[in-house]
Design a protein around this ligand. Structure first.
Ligand SMILES: NC(=O)c1ccc[n+]([C@@H]2O[C@H](COP(=O)([O-])OP(=O)(O)OC[C@H]3O[C@@H](n4cnc5c(N)ncnc54)[C@H](O)[C@@H]3O)[C@@H](O)[C@H]2O)c1
Length: 254
């Protein structure tokens, strides 16, 4: 238990279950004194998140593919908790058949869906939070990206392109929210076996390839990713914005 984030309220979007990277972030930030507010995608996900989060008041539905859902959720958050100090966006989606084989087989619709949920949604939540004056001064927004934005990772395809767009969104948002002292950064996490990863064809091979390239042969953990997220949410990180920080045990080096 520490007090790096004591007195801070942080919204976390994207906990599906105890393996989720967002859950790693939530655990560490709670340990550091933050009050965490959770958004979940739909009723089905609510069931599984409720097993982890007992206080129902801290659970709010938000489907980022709908502007209406985002506005309703953020209004609800403001009503229940007032302004918040930070927002973690740990959300991505692509159809399973887009995550296999050649990128030449990407469909127009599948490409657009991956971009909408995985990249545009960061702009949509930042805009809603700004319009509703949900964020304090200063505040921090963190999103989750992957090395497939820079390198052609087998089967990652449209999601790699969406992550490249997401990282560009981070830089443009950091510029445009800078005056309001809202920092925007991404964590480029190493491969972790989560629900999202199991949608990628041959994901066991991807996980093995990643493990083989870590500096110590061990996977990064969701707690380690959560540690960097806690730092980025804290006042220790007021000088960091528009950046992508690797938390991948050195996979990007090797
Ligand atoms: N697992 C990895 O290896 C890895 C590595 C780097 C980055 N990431 C990124 O981390 C983030 C979290 O993924 P994860 O691996 O923890 O998997 P996860 O399946 O636990 O989380 C993905 C979350 O996205 C949510 N989501 C999908 N569509 C949504 C929508 N329309 N509205 C609201 N929520 C929606 C799901 O409900 C789920 O909670 C993603 O952006 C992912 O790309 C994952």
């Amino acid at each position: 238990m520490g007090n790096l984030l004591s007195g801070k309220k942080i919204v976390i979007m994207g906990v599906a279950n105890k393996r989720s990277i967002a859950w790693g972030c939530a655990k560490v930030m709670t340990e550091q004194g933050a009050e965490v507010i959770y958004t979940y995608q739909n009723e089905r996900l609510k069931k599984s998140v409720s097993r982890l989060v007992k206080n129902g008041n801290h659970l709010i539905e938000c489907d980022v593919s709908s502007d209406e859902s985002i506005t309703t959720a953020f209004n609800e958050i403001k009503q229940r908790f007032g302004q918040v100090d930070g927002l973690v966006h740990a959300i991505a989606y692509a159809k399973k058949d887009e995550l296999e084989g050649s990128i030449l087989n990407s469909s127009r619709e599948g490409y657009a869906l991956a971009q909408d949920v995985s990249a545009y949604s960061l702009l949509a939540v930042a805009k809603a939070a700004t319009d509703l004056q949900l964020l304090k001064d200063p505040a921090s927004i963190v999103t989750l990206t992957y090395f497939g934005s820079e390198r052609a990772i087998p089967n990652y395809n449209v999601m790699g392109v969406a992550k490249a767009a997401l990282e560009a969104n981070v830089r443009y948002l950091a510029r445009d929210l800078g005056e309001s002292h809202v920092r925007v950064n991404a964590i480029s996490a190493g491969a972790v076996k989560t629900l999202a990863v199991t949608g990628i064809n041959d994901h066991n091979e991807l996980l093995k390839m990643s493990r083989d390239r870590t500096v110590d042969g061990q996977d990064v953990t969701i707690d380690e990713i959560g540690g960097t997220c806690a730092f980025l949410m804290s006042d220790l990180a007021t000088g960091v914005t528009g950046d992508v920080i690797y938390v991948d045990k050195g996979v990007h080096l090797i």
